[in-house]
Design a protein around this ligand. Sequence first.
Ligand code: FAD
Length: 521
Amino acid sequence: LGCILASCLRVCYSDSDSRRSPISPGDRKYLESLSLQGKLTFENTTASAKDWGQLRRVTAPAVVLHPTSVDDIATVVRSVARLESELTVAARGLGSSTGSQSQARNRIVVEMTSLNGIMVAPSGDSASNGVPFVEAMGGALWVDVLKASLEHRLAPRSWTDYLYLTVGGTLSNAGVSGQTFRHGPEVSNVLQLEVVTGKGEVVQCTPTENSELFFTVLGGLGQFGIITKARILLEKAPQRVRWMRALYTDFATFKRDQELLIGSAVTKSFDYVEGFVVVNNENVINGWGSVPFVRSEVSEAMIPSSAGPIMYCLEVTKAYSTADLQKLDDVVESMLAPLSFHRELLFKTDTTYFKFLDRVHELETQLRSRGLWEIPHPWLNIFVPASAIDRFDMLVFKRLVTHEFNGPILVYPVNKSQWDKRLSVAIPESPEEIFYIVAFLRNKLPDAHGGPSLSSMLEDNEKILRICEPLQCKQYLPHYQDRSRWKRHFGIKWETFVQNKQAFDPNVILSSSQNIFSRRR
Ligand code: FAD
């Protein structure tokens, strides 16, 4: 059944792509007649079809726009909106999605990385009441936003675990990491946006001016407009961080401590709180071998005999400046004191703030050199209500996670009050304040490395999603094939989502490969 299900998934994807028709000579002539500063490419467009997931066979886009100005994007969008045609437009960041979300059937792909300027305002302006901000173009990478901000000893407050992602791409989703519990996701840290709507209008929006567009675009999966510029709040940047990992053998204790850390004493707590599931073996991807910063710091003899097949690791950081160094040990010790991890299984390292935030890039360099970066990634991200996390642990972590999981499984709680209700992002609708971010970040290694097949990983994802259904979870970075599943996904936000689509992209030309709406002729 697994193979049938998985192969069906792949066939379905291919079928939907084969419905795509090439650009008509008339549409091509019309597009070629547009006056643009950047350029439109009609041949050799395969690179723009690539995505991180590598799970679907995608045909190259008919046309690629390399914009050099916001006007280029507005001109193309406006022109396509007017055409009696099936053409659609999708912005593409770096294609870091796993379900070809930055593609568009009958499509023009806009390569946003062509538009990548960054400007830091260290003293803010009158609109920000002197609060510092950085203004980044939609195609700028977060790593460059960080570098530019650090030149002024400033930094954004909220991050993703990996920084080689575009500002517009992550703001179209949410942008979550270990700072989310305190500052909300990246979308909660935006002061202003410049957006090209589906009508081709260039609109400035803030939480108070054109606020419907502002909130609907954030987490809006590219449905309402293309983010061409974002103003992001900055704070004083820490110089260094103490980075710690602590092992637990029991889920209830791990959960209690994580929730304690993101709870009411937030200001006294750590700056970053995440965690991950650890398989009880020495494996360096999922086992206790992956926990310490220096592999030799852990051995089988150190693992408590009471440990079951699955353990849990808390990951936290405390920022400090060199002037704080003398007091740091005492401060951290007092912060760790209320926690109940296995004391002999605490691992620490000190690093710069930049290196900590850029940690996944170091791994990327290693994996690239071994040909293990550009491989299929059947990732699955889920938001689980706190009231369902024990059941999730029982039914998913304890039953489905085996020693051959081939990728990290993150699990950490965040506070719902940091997510404005008007944002498009779908989060659990149950009334409780906390929900968990659970990320199954599995990699399909080349066959020579062994490990589970891609189809069995996709089948596991389907099993997990079936378990999630009665638990009122929401998928993060989802990709559904039909509208009814999207309707269920957005839940109480669906009506507003549809109304905003009508208001800002009435011809339904944006991000069509999300399969939420399709273009009328
Ligand atoms: P793309 O994948 O190219 O685009 C994503 C969607 O946004 C598409 O629908 C596209 O049409 C739309 N889009 C792109 N640019 C714009 C724009 N300017 N305006 C409007 N719509 C646009 N996410 C997290 O939240 N937390 C993490 O810790 C995290 N870690 C990751 C680690 C790795 C190694 C990778 C590959 C991804 C990670 N992600 C994480 C996921 C990432 O946030 C998403 O993949 C996101 O899509 C950003 O990628 P991108 O900039 O390449 O955009």
